[in-house]
Design a protein around this ligand. Structure first.
Ligand code: P6P
Length: 332
């Protein structure tokens, strides 16, 4: 029985220069995940379900659990002295460390509760996190510390609150998965090294947007339908409408998730900093890949906190097929 704490310590021992701060930061996130998981499991019973009446910076109706999860992540991190600044999908501006607490060397970004529209129907939801070393030389952290390309992440991961609660993360040395044992309140190592199949069983995309896609995107998805077996073998369609759940299934079983740009969402719907970059880090660490259709997600230099990007992510050969198709159709 290897707890996440023990696993993180074992990993840290491989790096003599490690100070233990990143390890402790990962514990902080694991604690926040346990608190959020407990609230989600009780949500239907303590009337925490349903809209809080507010809308977030994305213009999306905020569920009460969104607000709870956002506050839980922020409060788990802001006093530790390990963080210089935070940023959340739910907050318009960066989240400074309160002046009474010391500033640290990491910037942490998070989508505290992704897929929250699934909460009221008991669908799987998740928390996504992304960790960078600060680039500002002194002071309390700045926007520059969070507007970094995904290739500079030192760690990233997600928690999926599904039939079980799992925490998946990478510090750049492969991907490990932990399953929460609620009877002891510990995340236990259940997936020591996750490697995603090169070719996937599933494709995941919201087909109701088909008419708004480019011709290249339509052509690629028709390939996944099985229309052109000479190019690519058809796949099963699976789409839950919760990125963490769709991504996690495809990561383990092999598959491709797409949220392309379309005539309504001309830069796609998903957020680069809080969704695409951390998931791309995990995908690549597991042997997969992630693009905006053509270009590597981790190479994109962000220019604003809430910028969106098209996302094609998962099994390497499937992601490559989409990029080849778009280039062939003059879209890359
Ligand atoms: P659509 C959830 O709101 C989310 O941000 C992702 O978790 C999910 O993949 C996507 O949006 C679903 O969007 O337009 O298909 O409902």
């Amino acid at each position: 029985m290897i707890t996440i704490e023990r696993f993180i310590l074992d990993q840290e021992e491989k790096y003599p220069e490690a100070t233990g701060e990143l390890s402790n930061l990962l514990y902080d996130i694991a604690l926040a995940a346990k608190i959020i998981a407990a609230a989600i499991r009780r949500a239907g019973l303590v009337n925490i379900l349903g809209s809080a009446g507010a809308t977030n910076v994305q213009g999306e109706e905020q569920q009460k659990l969104d607000i709870f999860a956002n506050e839980t992540m922020t409060n788990a991190l802001n006093h530790t002295g390990r963080v210089c600044v935070m940023a959340s999908e739910e907050d318009e501006q960066i989240i400074p460390v309160p002046s009474q607490y010391p500033s640290g060397k990491y910037a942490v970004l998070y989508d505290p509760l992704d897929g929250s529209s699934n909460i009221d129907v008991n669908g799987a939801v998740g928390t996504i996190f992304s960790i960078y070393r600060r680039v500002s030389l002194e002071g309390r952290g700045s926007e520059a510390d969070v507007l970094q390309p995904g290739c500079r992440q030192v760690a990233a991961g997600y928690v999926i609150y599904g039939s079980s609660t799992m925490l998946i993360y990478s510090t750049g040395q492969g991907v490990a998965g932990f399953t929460l044992d609620p009877s002891i309140g510990e995340f236990l190592l259940s997936h020591p090294k996750i490697v995603t199949p090169r070719v996937g069983k599933y494709y995941s995309v919201n087909e109701s947007n088909f008419a708004r896609w480019t011709k290249g995107t339509q052509w690629a998805v028709r390939g996944f339908h099985g229309d052109r077996p000479e190019e690519i073998t058809g796949k099963n369609s699976r789409y839950i409408g919760s990125l963490v759940a769709d991504f996690h299934r495809n990561l383990l079983a092999g598959g491709i998730f797409m949220y392309p740009a379309d005539s309504k969402n001309t830069r796609g719907k998903l957020r680069l900093l809080y969704e695409a970059s951390p998931m791309a880090f995990i995908a690549e660490q597991a042997g997969g890949s992630a693009t905006d259709g053509v270009h590597r997600i981790l190479d994109i230099v962000p220019d604003n906190l809430h910028q969106r990007t098209p996302l094609v992510i998962g099994s390497r050969e499937d992601v490559g097929y989409v990029a080849d198709t778009l280039r062939r159709m003059g879209e890359g």
